[in-house]
Design a protein around this ligand. Structure first.
Ligand code: SF4
Length: 319
């Protein structure tokens, strides 16, 4: 498909967009507006920098990505070869992915500046000298636990039961809500022999209230897009590090609540636009820095806020 240049980004909504908006308005601006067209050769320096910084990852996110790729591979192997990957195979796969991210981050700074979308770069190396031993130990431990959690997950066991029908795995899709395109990428979706639709989200972090909101949104997607009655949908959060699994059966009331929350979130975001039809954002100054400054040292866009925050980046990198 030919590249069509757009002066402004397309308006859409997603759960992660809502999280960025709630976390820090300035971060939201850089992520969804300031970085737009920053990939172009003659992009203004601020857009180019925001686009580059938007691509940064960190050890926790990189681990989450590697685990999701391992899960996808495990589901595919199950379909093709009819066998479950064991914890050792899963761990080896995750470690290989993590090693690659690490190696690029250590030696690929120049390439990252040239091709930020293609070359992985850890925040820990971009802004500093790399992670400390304590963090590395925590990540190493989490890799092993997540591999064991994935290999022994309820979902893979149920999928191994040939009476379950796999419907989607990491499949990107959208649906329309309040005239807005909403992104939904359920990790796994399948139908049980009893006819229930199960929507699964793999989690590598701890249990948080908003996890249920996210997976319930995927339930709304299944209902709106595929006309599945809410009562026929189970959403499941698989917490791989602890090996625990939380399930909820949906109902109409829950979906109405998800719909309402999404609408309220969309309305709050639209209030930051100068032109709703164009999706043209208000100027940068309309997007304040967060009051919760403790998150700034971990933020991808720290470089762009350092002046206003009076943070000395040299001191940060020397830590
Ligand atoms: S560095 Fe802080 S203020 Fe700036 S975008 Fe990030 S979280 Fe927001």
């Amino acid at each position: 498909m030919a590249y069509v240049r757009r002066e402004y980004p397309q308006w859409s909504w997603s759960f992660s967009r809502q999280q960025a908006f709630e976390s820090c308005r300035r971060m939201y601006y850089y992520q969804y507006y300031g970085s737009h067209n920053g990939w172009e050769r003659n992009a203004p320096p601020l857009a180019a920098a925001a686009y580059r910084l938007k691509q940064l990852t960190n050890l926790y996110t990189a681990l989450g990505d590697a685990v999701h790729q391992a899960a996808q591979l495990a589901v595919e192997r199950l379909g093709l070869q009819g066998r479950l990957m064991d914890a050792g195979e899963v761990e080896e796969f995750i470690r290989r992915k993590m090693r690659s991210v690490w190696q690029w981050s250590v030696g690929g700074r120049e390439q990252f500046f040239l091709r930020p979308k293609q070359v992985p770069m850890l925040h820990e190396f971009y802004y500093g000298k790399g992670p400390g031993q304590e963090l590395l130990d925590r990540i190493n431990d989490r890799i092993t636990r997540c591999a064991q959690g994935l290999a022994g997950s309820v979902t893979l066991k149920e999928l191994a039961d040939s009476t379950s029908e796999l419907l989607a795995c990491e499949q990107f899709d959208t649906f329309v809500l309040h005239h807005t395109q909403v992104y939904a990428v359920p990790d796994v979706m399948y139908r049980t022999s009893g006819g229930r639709l199960v929507i699964v989200d793999w989690k590598t972090g701890r249990q948080e209230d908003h996890n249920l909101e996210q997976v319930a949104l995927y339930g709304l997607y299944a209902h709106e897009k595929h006309n599945i009655p809410p009562e026929g949908i189970t959403v499941r959060l698989e917490y791989l590090e602890t090996g625990s699994c939380v399930e909820h059966s949906l109902n109409g009331e829950m979906l109405a609540e998800v719909r309402e929350q999404a609408q309220a979130s969309m309305a709050a975001m639209l209030a930051y636009l100068d032109d709703v039809d164009l999706n043209k954002a208000k100027p940068l100054r309309a997007f304040p820095l967060t009051d919760n400054r403790s998150q700034c040292l971990r933020c991808n866009f720290l470089e762009l806020c350092a002046g206003e925050l009076q943070v000395d980046l040299e001191a940060v990198s020397a830590r």
